[in-house]
Design a protein around this ligand. Structure first.
Ligand SMILES: Cc1cc2nc3c(=O)[nH]c(=O)nc-3n(C[C@H](O)[C@H](O)[C@H](O)COP(=O)(O)OP(=O)(O)OC[C@H]3O[C@@H](n4cnc5c(N)ncnc54)[C@H](O)[C@@H]3O)c2cc1C
Length: 443
């Protein structure tokens, strides 16, 4: 009997059967496979919680397509194949005394995966905003070069892999800088009204909000001369065990949701009450390099001006013992500067993002907090992170993104046979021909 081949996401919450899996190293191979496939998806490190990376017969594991192509010293630009890990790109960038000035808190993802989902960091633009140019493999297998300034680039930067497959990508870098990072707990009544002031005064701002404790853990960074001496404070050595202790304390929270509130208070005392101080490059000082365990994520974004209202409503809901929306900590509050990418969270508006984590990936379906955060953010025009868990579809999304319909029309022109759509994306964009097409394939 022929063994069924199964694709699984990193936390095993999503699995799909497939027929063919390709690993590529050259653009020509990428073109040939895309050109001849009926339906195809490229996947990166499989770290998205949304069902966007597989679910069709032909898959490309883009991770082997990972070479450095070119470095343009004069313009501080670097060109890489899209399957390169972010960690490798950042090492290459730092080696040259450069940086990409806004980084996500994860370095294991691929460039293609990060761009497709609008991956972002804090206090700067989304990563895709630093793309100067790229070579895109279109549905028919041909190459289209897309450059900054073209309208297609604004549609493409964040496009969930439905316009084509990124081949080579050129990033604009800047001179590296040293960040002096200070971390401390602050009462919600203090950090919330100070957001705008802190964004103006500091080069980096991130708040790890801690429901059921009345506190946030505020991380501020300022650019300093690399030789500036600072009083290094790393806090007690046991702090490095935060994620494993959290996982243990939340182990039965799906059965006894209220136990989360108690766990949060303990975790706050143990792991979020120390003041810390350190310095390093943005990559060294702010990006998590390893995680011992998996998790499940949702993340919502909303215009900076609306955040205080959203926060007040969400806090009331999440801290309320009369429902089951007890949420694991921390909830990551970050900031993105407005941009022009059609499906960016920050399209034409300065934006606040709020992460929502379940440390029990396997029981995420029953985690009420995901539903609460979606309901509250949607009420205020919030937009979901494309790579994370959410339920909104075309009907809601088209109200949130002014360019939604234009994006759909470009998608149809570039991929008339829906080659890059799986079932999830078909529903997301409400493409009605998919069911018929699948039937005809089966016949
Ligand atoms: C622990 C953790 C921390 C995270 N932290 C952050 C964070 O700080 N900020 C943030 O914004 N997000 C964050 N994320 C989300 C993460 O950045 C995205 O889900 C990202 O897409 C994962 O990259 P990947 O390589 O695993 O891509 P995959 O999940 O494998 O793929 C994602 C999408 O990209 C498409 N794709 C892959 N390669 C290509 C290509 N070459 N061309 C076109 N499309 C392609 C796939 O088809 C799929 O649709 C985090 C996720 C985890 C699990």
């Amino acid at each position: 009997m022929k063994e069924e081949k199964i694709w699984k996401s990193w936390n095993e919450n999503i699995s799909h059967s497939y027929k063919e899996l390709h690993e590529v190293t050259t653009e020509k191979e990428l073109q040939d496979i895309v050109g001849s496939a009926h339906k195809i998806k490229a996947f990166g490190n499989k770290q998205s919680s949304a069902d966007i990376s597989a679910g069709v017969d032909t898959l490309i594991d883009i991770r082997s397509y990972n070479s450095l192509i070119d470095v343009d010293i004069a313009h501080k630009q670097i060109t890489v194949q899209s399957g390169m890990r972010l960690s490798t790109l950042l090492e290459e960038v730092e080696k040259r005394g450069w940086c990409i000035p806004c980084l996500p808190d994860i370095n294991t993802i691929t460039i293609g995966g990060a761009l497709a989902t609008g991956t972002h960091g804090t206090s700067g633009y989304i990563l895709a905003n630093y793309v100067k140019a790229c070579r895109l493999v279109l549905a028919n297998g041909s190459i289209r070069i897309v450059r900054e300034g073209e309208e297609l680039m604004d549609a493409l930067r964040v496009s969930l892999g439905v316009l084509g497959i990124f081949s080579e990508v050129t990033f604009q870098c800047e001179d590296i800088y040293t960040l002096h990072v200070k971390e401390e707990p602050q009462k919600d009544e203090k950090w919330l009204p100070e957001i705008k002031k802190n964004l103006e005064q500091h080069d980096f701002l991130r708040i790890l909000w801690l429901p059921h404790t009345g506190n946030g853990y505020v991380i501020k960074g300022d650019k300093i001369h690399p030789d500036t001496e600072i009083k290094e404070k790393q806090g007690p050595s046991y702090l490095k065990h935060r994620r494993s202790v959290s996982k243990l304390l939340y182990k039965y929270s799906h059965r006894f949701p209220w136990s989360t509130a108690i766990a949060n208070k303990i975790l706050y005392r143990l792991f979020f009450s120390a003041k810390k101080e350190h310095k390093g490059s943005l990559y060294q000082a702010t990006v998590t390099k390893s995680r011992g365990s998996t998790l499940e994520l949702a993340e919502w974004t909303v215009a900076l001006d609306k955040f205080p209202q959203v926060f007040a409503e969400l806090k009331k809901e999440l801290n309320n013992w009369n429902n089951d929306a007890f949420v694991h900590i921390p909830m990551d509050v970050r900031f993105i500067s407005k941009d022009n990418s059609w499906l960016s969270y920050a399209y034409k508006q300065d934006t606040v993002t709020m992460g929502c984590v379940s440390r029990n990936a396997a029981t995420a379906d029953t985690y009420q907090a995901f539903k609460s955060i979606e309901r509250v953010f949607l009420k205020y025009g919030g937009r979901p992170h494309w790579g994370k868990r959410f339920e909104a579809k075309d009907q809601e999304l088209n109200k949130l993104y002014p360019k939604w319909d234009e994006f759909k029309s470009i998608r149809k022109q570039l991929d008339p046979t829906n080659k890059f759509l799986n079932a999830y994306k078909t529903e997301l964009f409400n493409i009605t021909t998919y069911a018929k097409e699948t039937e005809s394939v089966i016949i």
